[in-house]
Design a protein around this ligand. Structure first.
Ligand code: ADP
Ligand code: MG
Length: 289
């Protein structure tokens, strides 16, 4: 099935189903769309429903935070979005096309940093350029020139200018996670998938990373889907927060974050922000009962 929209992202209200069409430029279509998508692992008495039929739509450049109790299917949604798994029912559309289409570039970062220990930070960050088209085709030519400059510029942007030649084991957890973000963004992905990327960091380092991610987002405007347990992280970074019910989960609340961007870290202590996160907290407490 190929359902596309020719209405511009700005004009499209979030909750409306787009009209069916096969034409229209890629940028006018929703970046990611789950249409009644469900995931069941296994079969028979052993079957586990990881995700109840879920409908979710993200316009290009959107920043959506997904929160919900453990095991409700958040990572499953990310795996669907990255085409790592297929839905058991329903459809996943990327850029208006079925998820198998390679029309959108995807970047990913997870809590467990997966830098290759035998490569320098520069080479680790450069990896997607070696693997993903159109970068791949001129990798041999550009790896010591344009691509190297590209990696160094991004590392400088996150404060790692002097660490390009270091190995992963020579960096702190916070520095590694910055490098991880660089690797997720080096190939200018249209869709950035983040699965609790800052979960293992201390609060101070985490807040530093929030600001770095905010800067990178505002600078490049990818579509970001962030899974997090941290309501302040969701509120500080996202433009929209979706709450999921307990397993088998589905989206039960979808609210915009109206605070203007860029946000200062002090915003998390403002009455407006505290009220928003308390509301989310109460909703999640209710779900868990
Ligand atoms: P979370 O919201 O914590 O990220 P997940 O999306 O990882 O949750 O998982 C949702 C549910 O599906 C969980 O109960 C999990 O145990 C189950 N699940 C995930 N992957 C598999 C799998 N490969 N086989 C069986 N069950 C799975
Ligand atoms: Mg998870």
């Amino acid at each position: 099935m190929n359902m596309t929209s020719d209405i511009s992202a700005q004009e499209m209200p979030l909750s409306t189903t787009p009209p069916a069409s096969t034409s229209g430029p890629v940028h006018a279509r929703p970046a990611l769309e789950l249409q009644d998508a469900s995931v069941v692992f296994g079969s028979g008495p052993q079957a586990v429903t990881a995700l109840s039929p879920t409908t979710l739509r993200m316009d290009r450049g959107d920043f959506l935070a997904l929160v919900g109790p453990s095991g409700c299917g958040k990572s499953t949604i990310l795996r669907l979005a990255s085409s790592l798994i297929q839905p058991s029912s329903g459809n996943i559309l990327l850029g208006g096309r079925e998820a198998a289409a390679k029309e959108l570039r995807i970047g990913m970062a997870f809590q467990n940093r997966t830098m290759l220990p035998w490569l320098t930070i520069e080479k680790n960050v450069m990896l997607p350029l070696k693997i993903v088209e159109p970068f791949k085709r001129s990798f041999q030519r550009d790896r010591k020139g344009a691509y190297r400059d590209r990696v160094h510029a991004l590392l400088a942007q996150v404060g790692l200018k002097d660490f390009a030649g270091h190995f992963p084991w020579q960096l702190s957890g916070g520095m590694l996670q910055r490098a991880n973000l660089c690797r997720a963004l080096i190939h200018d992905p249209d869709l950035l998938l983040l699965d609790e990327p800052f979960g293992a960091l201390d609060q101070f380092t985490r807040e530093e990373l929030w600001q770095i991610l905010q800067d990178l987002y505002l600078d490049r405007k990818p579509t970001v889907l962030l899974v997090t347990h941290d309501l302040r992280e969701a509120g500080f970074l996202a433009r929209r927060i979706c709450v999921m019910s307990a397993r088998p989960g589905r989206v039960i609340s979808d609210k915009p974050v109206t605070l203007p961007q860029p946000r200062d870290i002090g915003v998390i202590y403002s009455p407006e922000f505290v009220e928003m996160t308390q509301g989310l907290r109460a909703l999640i407490a209710q779900i868990r009962k």
